[in-house]
Design a protein around this ligand. Structure first.
Ligand SMILES: *Cc1c(COP(=O)(O)O)cnc(C)c1O
Length: 420
């Protein structure tokens, strides 16, 4: 063990982002929260946004507040487009959950008008469950078949893995930009290019990358994408998700859920459904305004902080975590299960251990460290750069080491809790 807490504190002292942490609610500074990739911390200003929305918007304005609220899905979408994902205004809209948006886009991209007879959806066998389930459900209800990509568990799907499964019957490729388990960052530009060359559309899930790393959807010529706002965007539990459709595809894709918010002329209450002309055609029904107004706070904070700075700190901080893990944890049965090249990973570091589940429980019970556990043997340390300190990384890793050395996990049950 050579790295010291003083070194971590030194890195914090010169961190250009160090003051951003003060804008978040941190009630117990001795609890080390390294699960912001699952649920981001609460911006203090979220309380005021909720209060204003409830008191003034709902309480006082009542239904007249809709004059303002009706624009919110689109205006937050425009912020995400221009500040966070490298897209144009009008290409992103906030609505529904990531799961539902994935369904809407995958369904639209595989409708008969789009596929020209192609019948295969390519997906990652190890992708986040909801992504796989949504596509399984879509295939079960249509003529599409699924083709799974197998890849290295740490590095995730590489361009050559995708090239191997592409053929002229592939209509759509669905992949996560950053892998939820390993943290591997996929090569978006190259994989998108290869898929297009084979005649397929590509849908990227940005849930674990948006807010942590710069994304260039337009530059990569991405067709469609979805993303989550309660992870690195700190939008709050269950905050509505977003979806992106490249401008030239908007008139071609028709979503499967025909709701009144997607209607061209919503308030004429016409008999027949006619889709809106732009990205609004992918809205469905009344949006959750309270959640949306709260999520806007976190989204605007990340936009203001700036992704170049955030990415630089995330890369340096995850390097620091890996260095510490090598020093303190490699003799205790742990293995780093995240790409070692900072350019090939997102903003979390995964540690593999045979007893990962019980260790993750012991950390919460006895060490005041909150990571998360992912089946079958992974502890994830989420390191959102906007509020995580190098000292937190130091504490997380050294407390993991002392918990395991003391055998504090050994008396616990390996039966899984309802939420892991
Ligand atoms: C977090 C996450 C989701 C979340 O989906 P919900 O609909 O919000 O439950 C979806 N996909 C991926 C890859 C995720 O990481």
């Amino acid at each position: 063990m050579t790295t010291t807490r003083a070194e971590a504190e030194g890195l914090d002292a010169t961190d250009p982002l160090r003051d951003w942490r003060d804008l978040f609610f941190v009630p117990d500074p001795d609890t080390i929260y390294v699960d912001g990739n699952s649920l981001g911390r609460m911006p203090v200003e979220a309380l005021a946004a909720a209060d204003v929305t409830i008191r003034e918007g709902w309480g006082t304005g009542l239904v007249t507040s809709w004059d303002d609220w009706i624009e919110v899905s689109r205006s937050i979408g425009d912020t995400i487009a221009s500040e966070l994902v490298g897209a144009r205004a009008g290409e992103v809209i906030v609505s529904d959950s990531t799961s539902v948006n994935l369904y809407k886009l995958a369904s639209a991209a595989t409708s008969s008008v789009m596929t020209g007879g192609r019948s295969v959806i390519v997906l990652d066998r190890e992708d986040f469950p909801t992504d796989r389930y949504i596509l399984q459900g879509l295939a079960a209800a249509s003529d599409m078949e699924l083709r799974y990509v197998d890849s290295n568990a740490v590095l995730g799907p590489q361009p050559h893995d995708i090239a191997e499964v592409l053929s002229k019957d592939v209509a759509l490729v669905v992949l996560s930009h950053v892998h939820y388990r390993s943290g591997a960052l996929a090569q978006m530009a190259e994989i998108t290019r290869l898929s297009h060359e084979a005649g397929a559309l590509v849908l990227w899930d940005l849930s674990h990358s948006v807010g942590a790393i710069p994304i260039a959807l337009n530059d990569c010529d991405v067709d469609v994408a979805v993303g989550c706002t309660y992870k690195y965007l700190n939008g709050g539990p269950g905050a509505p998700a977003f979806l992106y459709i490249r401008e030239d595809l908007q008139a071609k894709l028709q979503q499967p859920i025909w709701g009144w918010f997607g209607h061209r002329d919503q308030f004429t209450f016409a008999n027949a459904y006619e889709p809106a002309l732009g990205i609004e055609s992918f809205l469905v029904g009344t949006p959750p305004i309270l959640s949306m107004k709260v999520a806007q706070v976190g989204i605007e904070m990340i936009a203001e902080c700036g992704l170049r700075q955030l990415r630089a700190k995330s890369a340096a901080m995850s390097d620091f975590a890996i260095q510490l893990a090598d020093e303190c944890l490699s003799d205790l049965g742990f293995e780093v299960a995240t790409p070692r090249d900072a350019g090939a990973r997102g903003s979390h570091v995964s540690l593999k251990h045979d007893d990962a589940y019980r260790i993750s429980v012991a950390l919460k019970l006895y060490a005041r460290v909150i990571p998360d556990f992912r089946e079958p043997n992974i502890i994830r340390l989420g390191l959102p750069p906007i509020y995580t300190r190098y000292a937190d990384v130091y504490e997380a890793i050294t407390r993991i080491a002392s918990t395991v050395k003391a055998g504090q996990h050994l008396g616990l049950t390996a039966d899984r809790a309802r939420v892991t």
